[in-house]
Design a protein around this ligand. Structure first.
Ligand code: 9YW
Length: 447
């Protein structure tokens, strides 16, 4: 394992390398999520990437989000993938079949689901970064925020209109991919009830060609279920309400809900700063409050660990994953429960586990039976998740925790590989290297 971590870059050279990763992955119109494994634009990746780009060139940062927003569906949904011409990724646009959806965007091909709504956070961050560099940059960023604000409001309104289907008040997802945490044990139970039909069209996985070891990726059985859900979405013509009615997978996602609460407040704050008042800002504050209450309601009354809700199955899900800490992102718990939850995060089952290379939370607790040190969202540490928690801790006025996450996050990625995710004990980079969002958060940590 030591061999995997033989190199240790100092901050200045690490930041320079991060900048090169973003430049190398830049196609001109968009920065791909990674050089080979993901040759397209992913929605939440683009948000983080744009924030990293802001340290290099504010105009380029803004152009990245303009590319994403140009792919916004006419009903308001921001799609999870904006496709380039590259054909090395499966499922590509033909398999998604979104060309038949009446509300699809013009002139660009996309997938037909969404991802966590972190975009308002990126815009907020770009404005802050630009204000520190120059008057000109500040004007570019503020003009963009002005221009993007209504699109983001419509995106948030789409979530409220179409994705809060039950009394839990949680934002629901119709595919594990919408969570951003594709094969997390959070979804094992709901996926067990997704039974691919005999008419699932055949397919060939391309992702396995791009990683060293298939054990770093989801299994074939998981992929069949992922593809079956796409089949169901196609058959519902991507109509947002029909999709919610018919999908075999319908889960209230506590992490997405917490991010939504945070993003609604962030967008409202930005709106007030831009001189927008009235109904739209009030809507956002109300949506944030409702989402925060839903997250708190999902939490275990003593530990504070939040739970997803299997809406189809009618039960709470309690896998021991990083999503359990969602209430720390958005607040809403009673103070004593919240501080207990923070101690758990710092403790030996999580960031304080004695064998971790870097003291940041793994995607699944090493003490859980579901833990798998190298498989994707089932154990490895994800720098981008560490960034998000660190940023939220700053907002919540917990500067000590925020700077600890930053320092430990930098330690994790100091090998300079910009891994998509990391084996928590050895610090071996896994999945793709030169992953764009990893480079982006490194720039934000270091600059
Ligand atoms: C896939 C791009 C995306 C992320 C997701 C992550 C992964 C795509 O990569 O999904 O084909 O497995 O799970 O969160 O946006 O980085």
């Amino acid at each position: 394992a030591a061999g995997d971590r033989a190199v240790h870059f100092h901050p200045a050279s690490l930041a320079a390398r991060a900048a090169l990763v973003l430049r190398d992955n830049d196609t001109g119109r968009l920065v791909t999520a990674s050089p080979k494994l993901y040759p397209h634009m992913w929605s939440w990746d683009a948000a983080f990437i744009s924030m990293g780009l802001a340290y290099l060139d504010v105009r380029r940062a803004v152009a990245e989000l303009d590319t994403l927003l140009a792919a916004q569906w006419r009903d308001g949904m921001i799609p999870h993938i904006v496709f380039t011409q590259d054909t090395d990724y499966f499922p590509g646009p033909d398999r998604w079949g979104t060309d038949a959806a009446p509300q699809r965007p013009h002139g660009v091909r996309t997938s037909g689901i969404c991802q966590p709504p972190v975009h308002a956070i990126a815009v907020r961050r770009i404005v802050e970064i630009a204000r520190k560099t120059s008057q000109d940059d500040a004007e570019v960023a503020e003009a963009f925020a002005e221009r993007a604000w209504s699109s983001l409001y419509r995106w948030h309104r789409w979530i409220v209109r179409h994705r809060i289907p039950d009394a839990s008040g949680l934002v629901a997802i119709v595919h594990g991919w919408e969570s951003g945490m594709d094969n997390s044990p959070r979804w094992d139970e709901p996926y067990a009830a997704v039974l691919p039909g005999p008419d699932l069209p055949p397919y060939v996985r391309l992702d396995l060609l791009q990683v060293d070891d298939a054990g770093e990726r989801p299994s074939d059985d998981e992929y069949d279920r992922y593809l079956w859900l796409i089949e169901q979405l196609r058959r519902a013509d991507y109509h947002p309400d029909r999709v919610v009615d018919t999908s075999a997978f319908l889960v209230g996602d506590v992490f997405v809900t917490a991010v939504f609460a945070l993003a609604c407040d962030t967008l409202a704050g930005l709106g007030e700063e831009l001189g927008r008042n009235g109904k739209e800002v009030d809507d956002l504050r109300a949506w944030a409050a409702r989402a925060r209450a839903a997250v708190a309601l999902s939490a275990h009354p003593e530990t504070g660990m939040a739970r997803d809700r299997d809406i189809r199955g009618g039960r709470w899900l309690s896998a021991e994953t990083i999503a359990g800490f969602s209430p720390l992102l958005c607040g809403g718990l009673p103070a004593d429960v919240e501080s207990r939850l923070m101690s758990t995060l710092d403790g030996p089952a999580w960031s304080g586990h004695p064998d971790l290379l870097a003291a940041v939370p793994p995607s699944v607790s090493p003490s859980s039976p579901d833990f798998d040190a190298k498989r994707y969202w089932r154990g490895p540490q994800w720098p981008v998740v560490t960034w998000l928690f660190g940023w939220a801790f700053e907002q919540r006025n917990w500067p000590r925790h925020a700077s600890e996450f930053r320092a430990q996050g930098v330690h994790l990625v100091s090998d300079g590989a910009f891994g998509e995710y990391y084996e928590p004990f050895t610090g071996k980079p896994l999945g793709s290297t030169n992953q764009s969002w990893t480079a982006a958060v490194v720039l934000d940590w270091l600059c």
